[in-house]
Structure formats: structure tokens, C-alpha cells
Design a protein around this ligand. Structure first.
Ligand SMILES: [Zn+2]
Length: 50
């Protein structure tokens, strides 16, 4: 019973869910400052908080 349950919520960031295209629901390409859908051409710019 040596489990530290407090450390059980370590987030794994290996998988990037990315962005889903609102038009065709396919995964969008993650560019530097925008997301782009290669299927329908939809582009969404990232909003950077500063
Ligand atoms: Zn699309």
C-alpha cells in the first residue's frame, strides 16, 4: 500500500489532440500561428494571450 494517490493525476502530454475542423470535423494541421484544415481549407488563427 505504498501508492501515493496524490500523484495519480500526472498529465501525459504525448498525445496532442490538436484542433478539430468545425466544418468537416477532420483534424487540422497545427501551424505556428494558425490551424489549417487540409480537407476543406478552413483556417483558424491561434489567439495568443499576452
Ligand atoms: Zn475542414
Amino acid at each position: 500500500m505504498a501508492d501515493d494517490k496524490g500523484k495519480g493525476k500526472k498529465e501525459v502530454n504525448q498525445y496532442k489532440p490538436g484542433r478539430q475542423c468545425p466544418k468537416c470535423s477532420s483534424r487540422m494541421a497545427d501551424h505556428k500561428n494558425r490551424y489549417a484544415c487540409g480537407k476543406c481549407g478552413y483556417t483558424e488563427f491561434k489567439q495568443q494571450k499576452q
